[in-house]
Design a binder for this molecule. Structure first.
Ligand code: ADP
Ligand code: GLC
Length: 485
């Protein structure tokens, strides 16, 4: 079985969020299931050193305004196909935004090119390798089935690979003025509501959902939520129409990269048998974030994009409660300027209790998981969420809003689950500041009862969070599709 993954991010090379973690992890597990996965990625500057080790296996003299090559390379356990198109991807700074913090004005060309090239690999193969299935991830890969459909409309006798569209976050849809369709080589015949048109615009994700054979998202609960106007963000009607082809496959985590026993980013590694060693990691966090130490109340952490999705404005409102309990907060994040300013001010208002580092720091994110007592994830919506899973694996108990993948991965410390020793964290709803405050109170109360807390930590650290089960589900899906060709 041959599968082409197409995505705009991949850990450890280029990452702005959980999409990268997933793309860097699943192919390796699928390989163990006998699936030959190749990952098509834009060759951003972060991939330059890898690129130079690769082999050019295809060339495009003019790909939307400049020459491009496909470079095949094996690195970090992944078989990658890098789309080296300097006019589209060789730029400094953020992969999505220019220096003014707005989307690169040619993002339709950049990700249109990614989708177009993926469709050509699907149709023509590459060096004798041809995918049975293409798995398109998020809007950046959404036009793949449109290009495939167009090729089939031009010649009904050709065979096209099957296509799976995976939605990691429906908030990002890739909407552009319809006039770019012709520049992207998309036929007018596709510009209608059953294909690539979204209310008069070109919709990349819309196209992917409308035209793929199957649609997946990253948790069962989010799959159900997406069918509602509250969560579907304008695409719920289409998703309801395609409900039979939609499924939720829960994300896992890379157990090699996120392993408290071997993590080189921790001051001291530890296991379920040496939990005391976490204290050294906690001390390092306290020092780094300028926090006073207080063994009688939990050290909470946050590792997050600072956006309204993540509900961290609710946490800002709730900080007096957290601090009032003698607890502390170490926050690492970046994003909305208002939230950055709000947390920076909070660190000044609550010195020693609230420590804030604005920025993106992969190593520090590991240390926070390896030394904090609890991780706060009060998201308004969360397709899956990975930081709560890292928390579970590291014994940093998650305190989460009851939504999407958060609801599917954390077992609430209610009386029944505490009694049966299944609890791994705290789940609150409805999602508002009052309930978040309650959840923080509950965490502080549980922390005060150290034997109970420790039991939860041990239960969490043994909870299965790897990719095995979900990789089987992806494999089954690909197999069914390939068999139906
Ligand atoms: P999302 O993809 O919506 O941002 P996830 O929880 O799925 O949310 O994944 C976020 C990923 O990005 C995690 O690996 C998390 O550790 C990482 N991350 C988020 N913010 C930061 C940051 N400021 N520094 C380092 N890592 C971060
Ligand atoms: C998105 C979602 C997040 C999910 C990640 C990986 O960024 O916001 O919930 O975990 O994709 O699938």
């Amino acid at each position: 079985m041959d599968v082409l993954f197409v995505a705009s991010e991949c850990a450890p090379f280029v990452k702005t969020g959980g999409l990268a973690d997933v793309i860097g992890a699943v192919p390796k597990v699928l390989e163990q299931h006998g699936v030959d996965v190749r990952v098509l990625l834009p060759a951003y500057p972060a991939l330059k050193s890898v690129l130079s080790d690769g082999k050019v296996i295809d060339e495009y003299p003019d790909l939307f305004g400049g020459p491009a090559r496909i470079v095949s390379v094996h690195a970090e356990g992944l078989n990658m196909l890098l789309l080296d198109a300097p006019h589209l991807f060789d730029r400094p700074g953020s992969i999505y935004l220019n220096a003014d913090g707005v989307d690169w004005p040619d993002n339709h060309f950049r990700y249109g090119a990614l989708s177009f090239v993926a469709s050509r690999i699907g149709l023509d193969g590459l060096n004798g390798w041809k995918p049975d299935v293409i798995n398109a991830h998020d809007w950046q890969a959404g036009l793949i089935p449109a290009y495939l459909k167009q090729a089939q409309m031009a010649d009904a006798s050709i065979t096209v690979p099957r296509c799976v569209m995976t939605i990691h976050n429906i908030a990002f849809q890739g909407l552009f003025d319809w006039s770019v369709c012709s520049e992207l080589g998309l036929s007018n015949e596709l510009f209608h509501a059953e294909a690539i048109e979204y209310y008069g615009k070109l919709g990349f994700l819309k196209a992917g959902i409308a035209l793929s054979d199957k649609i997946t998202t990253v948790s069962p609960t989010y799959a159900r939520e997406l069918l509602t106007p509250e969560f579907g963000m304008g695409l719920d009607g289409l998703l309801r129409a395609r409900q039979d082809d939609l499924s939720g496959i829960l994300n896992g985590i890379d157990l090699d990269v996120w392993n408290p026993q071997t993590d080189p980013n921790l001051v001291v590694p530890y296991s379920t048998r040496s939990l005391k060693r976490r204290q050294k990691n906690r001390a390092a966090i306290e020092q780094r974030f300028g926090l006073t130490s207080n063994p009688t109340a939990p050290l909470f952490c946050v590792v997050s994009r600072l956006t309204s999705q993540k509900g961290l404005d609710l946490l800002l409102e709730t900080l007096p409660v957290l601090v009032g309990r003698g607890a502390r907060l170490a926050l690492l994040g970046s994003g909305d300027k208002d939230l950055e300013a709000g947390f920076t001010k909070a660190a000044r208002d609550f010195p020693g209790s609230v420590g804030v580092i604005i920025g993106y720091d992969e190593k520090l994110s590991h240390l926070l998981q390896g030394g904090s007592d609890a991780i706060l994830v009060p998201s308004r919506f969360e397709p899956c969420g990975l930081t709560q899973l890292y928390g579970v694996r590291y014994g940093t108990l998650p305190v989460v809003a009851k939504t999407g993948g958060l609801a599917d991965t954390v077992v609430d410390a209610d009386s029944v689950n505490l009694k049966s020793k299944r609890a791994t964290g705290i789940v609150f709803s409805p999602i508002n500041a009052e309930q978040l405050a309650n959840a923080i109170h509950r965490a502080c109360d549980l922390f005060a009862d150290q034997p109970v807390w420790k039991r939860m930590v041990l239960t969490a650290m043994k909870y299965p969070v790897g990719w095995d089960r979900s990789a089987s589900l992806y494999h089954d899906l690909y197999k069914d599709l390939a068999d139906s060709k």
